[in-house]
Design a protein around this ligand. Structure first.
Ligand code: SF4
Ligand code: SF4
Length: 279
């Protein structure tokens, strides 16, 4: 049987908040019996936009991504619920029953992603329901996907085996994989949020004037083993991404194919500018 999944491309998210607002527009003041009670006016982010800034001047970047209920196949929230208040539908969507879940505040803390919010007025835990009410009435995509102008969101209903092939082929990742929750929301380019990079600038003064070196080769090694390579751009800048924050010392080697070589050791905490290398 085919089931719903969502793919988020971090590289395409521009922090516009359209998806966040679409969920608010859909649920604030609107009751969908059997699916979701109205969302309160303030305090809930059923789709939340996380932001991160990386690097140091002059090489920095900023990224954003939506975080929401992952519709986990091994959901701790379902185990924490009682009386059938939370359940997973055959199409993969995890639901909170708006009647049976009343008073079950423990559900808020049961989600390792912080995706469940407490509605004080209704005495009810709530979260993003993958627009199950719309999909059941014939919609083919979630509202969040429809309002995303950059194509950062893609909801797809496929068999689990096919989704696993897509995830492997497109190098998709899930949030908190060690939690073992088996999310149905996948991320592409997640390293832009969770990993670190080393950057630098390569120059030369051979002609008597300091100029950028384009096309220089940069190698990054850890304990003598290669962990990354880059080539400098027209501004003499390079960036090697996908490193674990706080992963310690690395050796950078810069060369231009000739005899000139510059080396430097960097100790990686967060993303770091390793400085100017002169060849
Ligand atoms: S609508 Fe798309 S681009 Fe805008 S915040 Fe959401 S995912 Fe990012
Ligand atoms: S993300 Fe949280 S609320 Fe959603 S299914 Fe997983 S554990 Fe439950």
């Amino acid at each position: 049987m085919s089931k719903w999944n969502m793919i988020v491309d971090v590289a395409r998210c521009e922090n516009c908040h359209n998806c966040f607002l679409a969920v608010k527009d859909e649920h604030i003041g609107n009751d969908f019996p059997g699916y979701a009670a109205p969302q309160p006016l303030h305090g809930h982010s059923w789709i939340d936009i996380k932001r991160v800034e990386r690097g140091q001047a002059p090489i920095v970047d900023a990224h954003a991504m939506p975080v929401m209920c992952n519709h986990c196949d091994n959901a701790p929230c379902i185990r924490a619920s009682s009386g059938g208040a939370m359940y997973q539908r055959p199409d993969g969507i995890v639901m909170i029953d708006p009647d049976k879940a009343k008073g079950q505040r423990q559900l808020v803390g049961s989600c390792p992603y912080g995706a469940i919010y407490w509605n004080d007025e209704l005495d009810l835990p709530q979260k993003w329901i993958f627009d199950a009410h719309l999909l059941d009435s014939g919609w083919t995509r979630t509202r969040a996907e429809q309002v995303c102008g950059t194509g950062a969101l893609r909801s797809l209903k496929v068999e689990d085996a096919e989704m696993q092939q897509i995830a492997a082929r497109e190098k998709l990742e899930v949030l908190l994989p060690k939690a073992g929750t088996k999310p149905r929301v996948y991320y592409r380019n997640l390293h832009l949020m969770e990993k670190a990079f080393v950057s630098g600038t390569v120059v030369t003064s051979r002609t008597g004037v300091e100029e950028c070196v384009a096309g220089a080769q940069v190698a990054l090694a850890k304990n003598g083993a290669s962990v990354g390579q880059a080539t400098t751009d027209a501004f003499g800048e390079f960036r090697i991404d996908g490193l674990d924050p706080g992963s310690g010392e690395y050796e950078l080697t810069v060369s231009d194919g000739g005899a000139a070589v510059a080396r430097r050791t960097v100790s990686l905490g967060q993303s770091q500018y390793a400085g100017v290398f002169e060849l």
